[in-house]
Design a protein around this ligand. Sequence first.
Ligand code: C2E
Ligand code: MG
Ligand code: MG
Ligand code: MG
Length: 287
Amino acid sequence: NSVTYSSGHWAPFTSKLKSNHAHQLRLITLLTDDIRQEKLYFEIQPQIHLADNRIVGGEILIRWHNEHLGQVSPAEFIPLAEQTGLIYKLTDMLLEKVFQWSSSNPSALTAQTLSINISALDLVQEDFSERVENLLHRHNLPANKFTIEITETSIFQNSAIVDHNVKKLHSAGFKLAIDDFGVGYSSMQNLVSLATDELKIDQFFVMNLIADSQSQTLCRSMINLSKELNIISVAEGIESEEVLKLLQAWQCQVGQGYHLHRPMSPAKYLMLLEEKDQPLSPPTNRA
Ligand code: C2E
Ligand code: MG
Ligand code: MG
Ligand code: MG
């Protein structure tokens, strides 16, 4: 009995599937092929300055549509790519696509930045920072328009190579965001020693804001901690107006979420930037 997916829908992730070795093998085979043929693509989710609604950038989110499986969620295939070493090729492919797109669409970077998720495994590759820098230079792009998102778990590795890579990328001009903050093990020391630019509060806390007073306390603490350390606070998973209002009141700086914008195609993202950049309409004559 093979597991089939209706195309266009996220593949459900259940423990039953997880334990299904045949299914995993098939996924790995198909993923290997599609990465080799560079069939994976990306969407962009806008990031909003919460005080004035400006779009300050976008997060690059990888997407995989396979002809047999349909749409598969990165929450399912990224761990698999990490377990099998496919992640290196995947990251290279994605960076190449993002840089390629950025250099042919400079309007994406005039007033905005782009964030890219990097796996913990990428960061333990000795030559990772050099490869990223070379790739960037080949496309003639400025590093300070890009933010590298890494999860707490990657810095918790406490490895000299991770440190080397992060510092090298930093001195090249890349910004650094700690993703999914609050659910892992990173310490305040990590935030300081890695000279973090952004702290992304995990969506778990944000989504539970209304119902759960502990999440409120934790969110506020993380926002205040960022403020004290001069780090930009980013809340992800904003799904309602109530949550947005709370975060604005607490002066969280940047937000992402379905209530603001869903991840969208790069073309749509450019259109959105254009719409928002329209000059203000001239004042109407008051008769
Ligand atoms: P992440 O980096 O924390 O990305 C945020 C995830 O939250 C994205 O899921 C996004 O679509 C989703 N999201 C945004 N707003 C909302 C909201 O209001 N409600 C809900 N429920 N979800 C929201 P996505 O695209 O499925 O990605 C899942 C994870 O996969 C990412 O979490 C990231 O860890 C990983 N990932 C995605 N793209 C890449 C990539 O290019 N490379 C690597 N290494 N990992 C990636
Ligand atoms: Mg992220
Ligand atoms: Mg996150
Ligand atoms: Mg996440």
